[in-house]
Design a protein around this ligand. Sequence first.
Ligand SMILES: Nc1ncnc2c1ncn2[C@@H]1O[C@H](COP(=O)(O)OP(=O)(O)OP(=O)(O)O)[C@@H](O)[C@H]1O
Length: 243
Amino acid sequence: MNNVLEVRDLSKSFKGVHALADVQLDVPEGSIVGVIGPNGAGKTTFFNCITGALRPDAGSVRLFGEDATGLPPHRIAHAGVGRTFQLMKPFGTMTARENVIAAALTKGGSHKTAHKRADDVIEATGMAEWADAVSDSLHTAALKRLELARVLARSPRLLLLDEVLAGLVPSERTPVVELLADLRDSEGLSMVFIEHIMAAVMRLSDSVVVFDRGRVIASGDPEAVVADPTVQEAYLGTEIADA
Ligand SMILES: Nc1ncnc2c1ncn2[C@@H]1O[C@H](COP(=O)(O)OP(=O)(O)OP(=O)(O)O)[C@@H](O)[C@H]1O
């Protein structure tokens, strides 16, 4: 199986703080990798170095078989990487549908194609009921779906998801988790997702990688990783109680 993402020896420091140190990661095509770790472990910095928001100090990032180290964000997006943010910023005065269409248009192609893609994504993400509501009027669970829909509208090959479940109550999480599983199973979409909700990590992940103080302290089979005493000590002992 081809890897859509290969990270080698990735490092990034901020004024002496090693936010990332010699990080390695392979993401096989069509797989979901869960990223866990305590606050400040380097997870967001890791995403930022992949998406071009930050330039790594050392190491390499290969996307879809090509070197992508240090490329600017628009080149990474154009290559087929979609990213959601914890802080969602749709155009507030536009409807959800208009936001999705605007995202689809950035992909290029005709208006007709963009509208069709937006319709498909709205359907797939379960937004149809409120797609014509003004985005400013939407509650958190709807905004999360809209954020996902805007990213999917650009037809990415690799999705980077930053705590898409944060702020959702358990009954709102399940449909999002199942939607992500379906995107992998039916469209073969590859994903890396940062998540604190362990039930979702275990449901979705083909493999899990654990960050602690900028380093990967464990990775591989989800069951084996959560049973690892090092992981229990660094992270899970406290987090499972919160999940
Ligand atoms: N722009 C920045 N300038 C200075 N320090 C930074 C910057 N971004 C991150 N850091 C530091 O790098 C370390 C890793 O932060 P990062 O945000 O990547 O962790 P995280 O695992 O995503 O945490 P969280 O779960 O809280 O989002 C932290 O010590 C953080 O304070």
